[in-house]
Design a protein around this ligand. Sequence first.
Ligand SMILES: [Zn+2]
Length: 303
Amino acid sequence: MSLFIGYGSEYLDWQLGASHPTNPERALIATQLLESMLGKDSITYLSPATTVSDRDLLLEVHSAEYVSEVLDAGVSNEWAGKSVLLGKTALSMFSGTVRLVEAMDLGNAVIAFNPQGAKHHAMYDYSSGFCVFNDMAWAAKHFAFQGKRVMYIDWDAHHGDGVEELLLDTDIVTCSIHQGGIFPGTGNESMPELGAYNWALKSGAGAGEFMSAMLDIKKLASVIKPDVVLLATGADAHVSDPLSSLEFEVDDYVNAARVVSEIANTYAGGRVLIGGAGGYQPHTFTPRVWADVVSEIYSLSVS
Ligand SMILES: [Zn+2]
């Protein structure tokens, strides 16, 4: 079965200035790496072109006022002034995940990757941390509505606060491995009674701490037995990433990907929806980490 990727050139319209860390070329390069690793024939691309109903889907995780502010007025915390194009581009990133979820619903896709997905800081009525629309919270709710048990795993260097908050009143379990004490400052403790688990690592934490948290997650998965796994594979905990002082290496991410694959293959029929989340080495390690993680999960898939 193909690896499904949500990608289109509209992602490159996310231009926030030469010095802004979220250079969208990282997404393009990740797809090129995956093509060279797996072969073009193994990949099915889905266009993130927005459909009329995608705007309504936003209302499942955001307020109508906020959606209108971004899409109609072109206003967001993430950029200065007004830009309807940036709002539209943020929506295309959300739509990229929606198209992949539709393909998973149909049984066409088992492993699906949106390099511009997992906008995990986006909140109900405001943008935060380079994230405008919370695609993963939407996807998790969508699968849960179908009666599926959902497990969300996030190893971006920053706490997945938006996803956690948007899913607190659901049965969906969220797991976030991140550096404590940096943006957004939350996620220092777990709230098991609310299904929110956090591993706030100290500056300098590396392979050992990462794998230890993943083994905790594996244990948790044996209780939850998820029908689908959602993964935010942020690459900003990489040792040379400028936005954190965690020290993960590419191989550590691959080892963690194996744990995700094991969870997905054991309980979820291999089903994993992956979003890129953060990563601020756009021409080097960010696309490398994303491609290696996705390729590993795809290659180990039982489907
Ligand atoms: Zn991050």
